[in-house]
Design a protein around this ligand. Structure first.
Ligand SMILES: [Zn+2]
Ligand SMILES: [Zn+2]
Length: 257
């Protein structure tokens, strides 16, 4: 089984001490490729550096809605320079988070739109983070014509109605370890129904460790548990879902398999 963990934060301090071991464990569980996702200025630069040193790691650059309040115009230029590295295959994570509201909502929207435009210019798909902001998110994706270059709603956690709207915009949906949590009924419904050519899996590590042991640090090796859980929901062999998820990740990120 070949797996692509399409959303990791190996650039976080949580992995500073034992990253080589974490990567080895991932490989031993079939994780052959990983995307290291930026969320601010510094972490985006670290994603790029890691992708330049580890052949099977790719990078994305972007500013998370939590960090919207820290963005200066100069940062865009910096990100725009970073993205010219050949290992940068996506722009993100970007989006709206009204659950934690760590930056004012109008500012989150402005920074999201600005980065969608940069992604369009760079011809990169976008990695979208959204919590409790689905209506505004859809308006922005439509107004900015995101359908033309596409992307993924990562750690998808909304209802089937919202999933349908995102699928209509041409987006992929990516599932993380929270799909395994007891209260995640609607996420499981979506994971069971999403068309096979639009599904991705991720860990979002170090967060969202899948069951059976939800405590502690998550790591890319556990993307296999996410995939097996989702395959079971869909009533299909894990090997088949792995093939779809692998192909989808490559199509989204314009990589050769
Ligand atoms: Zn996120
Ligand atoms: Zn993330």
């Amino acid at each position: 089984m070949r797996l692509f963990d399409t959303h990791t934060h190996l650039n976080m301090r949580d992995f500073a001490r034992d990253l080589p071991l974490v990567l080895r464990r991932a490989q031993s569980r079939g994780v052959e490729k990983l995307l290291c996702v930026g969320y601010n200025f510094r972490s985006s630069a670290e994603s790029v550096t890691l992708s330049q040193t580890v052949p099977y790691v790719w990078a994305s650059v972007g500013v998370h809605p939590h960090d919207a309040k820290t963005v200066l115009d100069a940062d865009y230029k910096f990100l725009d320079t970073l993205r010219s590295s050949p290992k940068v295959v996506a722009w993100g994570e970007i989006g709206l988070d009204y659950y934690r509201d760590l930056s004012p909502r109008p500012l989150q929207q402005e920074i999201f739109r600005a980065q969608i435009r940069l992604a369009r210019k760079a011809k990169l798909p976008i990695i979208v983070h959204e919590r409790d902001a689905h209506a505004d998110l859809l308006v922005i994706l439509e107004e900015e014509q995101a359908k033309e270059f596409g992307g993924v709603l990562h750690c998808f956690s909304a209802s089937w109605k919202e999933a349908r709207q995102a699928l209509d915009l041409g987006f992929y949906l990516s599932f993380a370890g929270n799909v395994t949590y007891p209260a995640s009924h609607s996420i499981r419904e979506v994971a069971a129904k999403v068309p096979a050519d639009r599904i991705l899996v991720e860990t979002d590590c170090p967060y969202l460790k899948p069951l059976p042991d939800r405590k502690g640090r998550n790591e890319p090796a556990f993307v296999r548990s996410v995939l097996e859980f989702v395959a079971d929901l869909r009533g299909e062999p894990a090997e088949d879902l792995a093939v779809h998820a692998w192909e989808n990740a490559h199509r989204l990120l314009c990589l050769v398999t």
